[in-house]
Design a protein around this ligand. Structure first.
Ligand SMILES: C[S@@+](CC[C@H](N)C(=O)[O-])C[C@H]1O[C@@H](n2cnc3c(N)ncnc32)[C@H](O)[C@@H]1O
Length: 237
């Protein structure tokens, strides 16, 4: 079994199998949006590589169902391609999807109508959700700007601001709960867990990003000891 408050440099599909049944209260995952998803053992998949992507997610979602406890919440970042394509149906087979949240992250650069939002599927086993007054459009938390330099608050090309991850974690878990992130990147979910007094476990395949995540976690734990918190320069709060 895996230790809590640890992150692992391995394929999440291997790692999650070492997590005990019903031991997770909240899953927050921001997978690659099919532009560079890597299933371990060297397979790189693009959006239409269904032969790689479909079996990977089918098995991962089955594992989610096994590790989630009865009141667990799942937040799954996605875009219109993956969501509309097949992920929604595949997730729904295992855990009921309750809503699709839209995070309005502000202006960014791009063509064909620029992207200013991200989609987050919200799923739970339990058909009750005790948090009231939440709406499915999340405003007031800016994303990292497109040209944000990678040597400041942003250390991963697809990094999410702490603000949005902390908001989801507050909504979907309680202090002391265990939160899982299968695609840690620079470790934002684990940093949020430290800040919000949750326990965490997670996986990152890339050695480079795993090292960056370890450094961020050490820094966050040190700040926490001094009652201070990491804040990206684009973040509120
Ligand atoms: C969108 S990024 C996550 C960024 C993260 N939310 C952050 O704030 O830094 C997705 C990450 O998943 C990792 N990844 C891809 N396939 C994986 C796998 N099979 N197991 C574990 N990690 C994987 C990639 O290396 C990448 O760093």
């Amino acid at each position: 079994m895996l230790k809590l408050n640890e992150i692992y440099n391995e394929d999440c599909l291997d790692g999650i199998k070492k997590i005990a049944d019903k031991s997770i209260s909240c899953i927050i995952c921001d997978p690659p949006y099919f532009t560079g998803m890597t299933h371990g053992y060297g397979d790189k998949a693009q959006m239409l590589d269904l032969a790689i992507c479909k079996p990977f997610y089918k098995e991962l979602f089955r594992e989610f169902k096994r590790v989630m406890n009865y009141r667990a919440t799942l937040y799954w970042f996605c875009d219109w391609r993956s969501q509309g394509f097949y992920l929604t149906a595949m997730l729904e087979e295992n855990i009921p999807i309750r809503n699709c949240l839209v995070w309005h992250k502000g202006a960014s650069a791009g063509n064909f109508y620029t992207y200013s939002h991200e989609m987050i599927l919200f799923a739970t086993n339990d058909n009750k959700f005790h948090k009231k007054g939440l709406t499915n459009v999340i405003l007031g938390i800016p994303g990292f700007c497109q040209n944000c330099r990678l040597d400041g608050g942003k250390v991963h090309t697809s990094q999410k601001p702490l603000g949005i991850i902390e908001k989801l974690m507050r909504d979907g878990s309680e202090e002391g709960d265990t939160v899982l992130d299968c695609f840690l990147g620079s470790g934002t979910t684990a940093v949020a867990a430290i800040n919000l007094n949750r326990r965490y476990v997670g996986f990152e395949l890339s050695e480079k990003y795993f090292e960056i995540a370890c450094q961020r976690l050490e820094y966050a734990a040190n700040l926490k000891e001094q009652n201070l918190f990491e804040r990206g320069d684009s973040e509120v709060g």
